[in-house]
Ligand binder design. Structure first.
Ligand SMILES: [Zn+2]
Length: 389
């Protein structure tokens, strides 16, 4: 009988000693079969048990019955160090009152439904399920940083028109969300990112950002070995905005025609290309025509330059010729030129961020009933932990 129960239970070095029916389920009193354990300080093996205080731990249901394990918590004495320590078990995390597999199960179910539903089905309180969820999600949050080498640091407005910004960090290689921070000031970023272990932040080789003047200091402090890259998407954006203004003031007002102007020429189909040529040749504005050509030249430099040096040389030539048309955009680009050219090191862009940002907003709309930032952050990080975009 006991042998079968041991097999069903499937926990290492554990044998079922007694079985009792409870009002709301069953309880398996278990025995640990290992005689001793290694001292965490000196690694010596000890079998000297000082005391044993069993605890009741919730496990996965057995035959659809709520199942508890009565687990011995053994305190050992190490003669070598003359210290007492409590034994750690691989299937229950430190100071938790549920087995690891039970917590993982609850976590996955919350992800696919919600806290209230799981609490109801499991007969647990809302807070307890929330606690399990947050505990697992925090573990995952730490794992998100493992092996990260190139990241993008960006911000998103949670509600249009409301100044509620969150900083969003993504892994550019895995195209995954790494972290969300409640705010986007320099102090806020530095203080939050200081919590990331140094060996992790030191391994970051590249941080891709927009042209906000506050980022370089954050990156230098937190990621000492990283190159700062002014993200291509964020460099093109003001250029295109300016081009749109010039186009509008030259009489191009229709959205459809405007989109022909700002889109990449190589991405247009034949029909669109003809339409664009007509638009340019029929325009009497030299300014508009030149602005268009310079935008395309700029994009071409991005597409075809092979090295930082080549890119820099070509952008500098561009900057010398274009000034009158593009006004203050020129100054902005000049100011950021060294980090703009770092693009040519690995040619990465946070264009993929858009997909991630949309997913963040979607998750927010699905609503877990976020009452505070942490209860928003953890489900978010969990959502990106298993599935990719
Ligand atoms: Zn010891």
């Amino acid at each position: 009988m006991e042998n079968h129960l041991n097999l069903i239970l499937g926990l290492p070095k554990v044998t079922v000693r007694e079985f009792t029916m409870l009002e709301d389920g069953i309880c398996l009193k278990i025995k640990l079969t290992n005689l001793g354990t290694h001292c965490p300080s000196c690694k010596n093996f000890t079998t000297e048990i000082n005391q044993n205080r069993p605890i009741l731990v919730r496990d996965l249901p057995c035959f659809d019955k709520v199942t508890y394990l009565q687990v011995p918590r053994r305190q050992f004495y190490c003669r070598h160090c003359q210290k007492y320590f409590t034994e750690k078990l691989p299937w229950i995390e430190w100071k938790r009152r549920h087995t690891l597999r039970y917590e993982k199960n609850v976590f996955e179910r919350v992800k696919s439904s919600n806290i209230a539903t799981v609490a109801l089905v499991e007969g647990l309180s809302y807070d307890e399920v929330q606690g399990i969820f947050n505990h697992r999600a925090s573990n995952i949050a730490e794992q998100q940083w493992l092996g990260v080498s190139r990241i993008s640091l960006d911000e998103i407005a949670m509600r249009k028109g409301h100044k509620n910004y969150k900083a969003v960090l993504c892994d550019l290689d895995k195209k995954k969300l790494i972290e969300v921070i409640d705010g986007r000031t320099q102090d806020c970023l530095i203080s939050k990112l200081s919590e990331v272990p140094l060996q992790v932040t030191k391994a970051v080789k590249e941080v891709s950002v927009d042209m906000w003047h506050g980022f370089p200091k954050v990156i230098e402090e937190i990621f000492p070995n990283a190159q700062i890259v002014t993200d291509r998407f964020h460099v093109m954006k003001p250029l295109i905005e300016e081009l749109k203004k010039i186009a509008k003031s030259s009489g191009v007002k229709e959205q459809k025609k405007l989109s022909l102007v700002w889109k990449n020429r190589i991405d247009l189909n034949n029909e669109e290309r003809t339409e664009l040529e007509n638009l340019l040749s029929s325009s009497t504005s030299k300014r508009f025509k030149a602005a268009y050509e310079y935008k395309e030249k700029f994009r071409e430099i991005y597409e075809t330059s092979k090295t930082v040096l080549e890119g820099k040389k070509r952008f500098e030539e561009w900057l010398q010729k274009a000034p009158k048309i593009y006004g203050k955009v020129i100054q902005t680009i000049s100011d950021h030129l060294p980090t703009i050219c770092n693009y040519f090191i690995s040619h990465s862009t946070s264009g993929t961020m858009e997909g991630i940002n949309n997913k963040i907003k979607l998750i927010k709309r699905q609503g877990y009933g976020f009452t505070n930032f942490e209860n928003f952050r953890l489900p978010l990080l969990s959502a990106f932990s298993s599935d990719s975009l």
